[in-house]
Design a binder for this molecule. Structure first.
Ligand code: MTE
Length: 312
């Protein structure tokens, strides 16, 4: 029998795991604050490190935020497995530094951004958004990010740019799920240019004031709160401006089930289930799903005159 010296016992074995993890996150936050005051983020930009200089924004909700633990352990990120718990268990193999994002296609100023330069492109803001997954569950998440339109303006799209395509990392060494051909890889998503320019669409680099955990799409992901969650592409490496609507991963997989727009719409059912109600994670009874996920006042004009049964 091995009798261990007290010095060999990790604090995690003595302290209840919840408290230990909270304390660790707090300590990381303290040291990150010192470094971040100069750099904007901690030198290693590790998940859980506090992001410095995050502004409050007008995008707040009078709804309870989904606990950090649920936001970071109940995920869809098929590059790390198809189970909800797989991403948090497996995404530790994703290396988020060095990381670049290429901006290319129909733009006057194509550019490859280093992720740390991208973090300083525009002031970081907290945006508390309702998120609705096409599977019928929802969360309220305090994202940290900046408007996608800040990047688009700098790229200066040409007159031919009508759509924006988001290409995500495709590295089977880091993402074991890519070895299975369950979807066409890399995971691709797209928006119409005017949707991408809408102030609600952001590039997120954090949540709950901290660097984005890998399972949530580190180091940078899209967040489009009036659309089903699958439009919010994770771990983006390329943003391409194009003339024609991109063939997204989900449209390629099941064109009858997933359209290009994918706006949250309680009146248009998924062919296999209703979209009228949703289960907010942490709540027992179901809620009514809101048109455009409750962001109709801001975004409905983007779709004026369109038949939303047809353009689903
Ligand atoms: N991005 C990539 N690269 N791969 C994915 O499998 N899943 C999508 C979207 N972005 C996915 C992705 C789906 S189906 C959803 S619901 C959201 O990410 C989930 O985001 P969350 O886990 O942060 O809540």
């Amino acid at each position: 029998m091995l009798i261990r010296h007290p010095n060999d016992i990790a604090p995690s074995e003595i302290t209840p795991p919840e408290i230990y993890r909270e304390r660790r996150r707090f300590m990381q936050g303290v040291s990150a604050l010192a470094a971040g005051a100069v750099l904007g983020v901690s030198p290693k930009a590790e998940a859980g490190a506090k992001l410095a200089g995050v502004r409050a924004s007008a995008y707040r909700l009078d709804e309870e935020r989904t606990p950090y633990k649920d936001v970071t352990t109940y995920n869809n990120f098929y590059e790390f497995g198809t189970g909800k718990g797989d991403p948090s268990e497996n995404a530790g193999s994703l290396k988020t530094r060095p990381w670049t994002v290429e901006v290319e296609g129909e733009v006057a100023h194509p550019k490859t951004y280093d992720i740390d330069a991208l973090l300083k492109l525009a002031p970081l803001e907290e945006r508390v958004y309702r998120m609705r997954c096409v599977e019928g569950w929802s969360m309220v998440i305090p994202w940290v990010g900046f408007p996608l339109n800040e990047l688009i303006r700098r790229a200066a799209p040409t007159g031919n740019a009508r759509y924006v395509e988001f290409v995500t990392l495709n590295d089977p060494e880091q993402m074991p799920g890519l070895r299975r051909r369950i979807l066409s890889w890399p995971y691709l998503e797209g928006l119409r240019l005017d949707e991408a320019m809408h102030p609600l669409a952001i590039l997120a680099v954090g949540l709950y004031g901290e660097v984005l955990p890998n399972q949530n799409g580190a180091p940078i992901r899209l967040v489009v709160p009036w659309k089903y969650g699958f439009k919010s592409a994770k771990s983006i490496v390329k943003i391409r401006f194009v003339e024609k609507p991109p063939l997204t991963t989900w449209m390629a997989a099941a064109p009858r089930e997933y359209g290009f727009y994918s706006n949250v719409n309680p009146e248009v059912d998924h062919p296999r289930w209703s979209q009228a109600k949703e289960r907010r994670i942490g709540e027992l009874s179901k809620r009514d799903t809101l048109m455009f996920n409750g962001y109709g006042a801001q975004v409905a004009q983007l779709y004026r005159g369109m038949d939303l049964q047809k353009f689903f």
